[in-house]
Write a protein that binds this ligand. Structure first.
Ligand SMILES: NC(=O)c1ccc[n+]([C@@H]2O[C@H](COP(=O)([O-])OP(=O)(O)OC[C@H]3O[C@@H](n4cnc5c(N)ncnc54)[C@H](OP(=O)(O)O)[C@@H]3O)[C@@H](O)[C@H]2O)c1
Length: 156
């Protein structure tokens, strides 16, 4: 697995991180997280050992794939520098109700944009996620996306 960056470190991000670590797909040093103004990123780091970034640039330095896991209403306030910092990277969004086209417009220079709709039991690893992407995922990218989502339960 490549280096992963999580924008948002709440319940769903926590479930994905825990799943990646539990399965052995990632070591804590492979994952960096950032939150908003609250303490979720530090809390997740304390619980799992993953790195915490304090700026978008720090978060995405060295990251190959980005998981967008803030609330849909927080997406509008996302630091605009993410758009350019994401150049060439894979983006996976789990935002409910936010279209792939909207995510793709923001992350216009990403190498691909995938979206998944997990359901509520995913927060405790017992959900089912369906995924899709802007263009067909390369085999290596499909493997990354499925490994990330499997922390929430089976992936379709
Ligand atoms: N929960 C579910 O059952 C469920 C099911 C399906 C889909 N989803 C989707 O999953 C996503 C996450 O849901 P959740 O339940 O995990 O939410 P959550 O627990 O409220 O977590 C949201 C995270 O986003 C962070 N955040 C807020 N503003 C930010 C910003 N500007 N930049 C970076 N991070 C920011 C928050 O940080 P701080 O709190 O530390 O400020 C927090 O870590 C949502 O888009 C939702 O639609 C959730």
């Amino acid at each position: 697995m490549p280096q992963l960056a999580f924008i948002g470190s709440g319940r769903m991000a926590g479930a994905m991180v825990q799943g990646l670590l539990r399965s052995g797909a990632c070591a804590p040093a492979d994952i960096t997280v950032i939150g908003g103004n609250d303490s979720t990123a530090v809390d997740l780091s304390k619980a799992t050992g993953v790195r915490v970034a304090s700026t978008p640039a720090e978060l995405l330095a060295g990251a190959d794939a980005i998981v967008l896991a803030c609330k849909p209403q927080q997406f509008a306030d996302l630091d605009k520098s993410y758009a350019t910092l994401a150049q060439g990277k894979l983006v996976l969004s789990i935002l409910a109700g936010t279209r792939l086209a909207t995510i793709g417009t923001f992350f216009a220079s990403a190498r691909n944009v995938a979206r998944a709709m997990p359901n509520t039991p995913g927060a405790v690893g017992q959900g089912i996620s369906a995924r899709c992407s802007a263009t067909p995922l390369a085999a290596a990218d499909a493997k990354i996306v499925d490994a990330i989502l499997s922390g929430l339960g089976p992936v379709l």
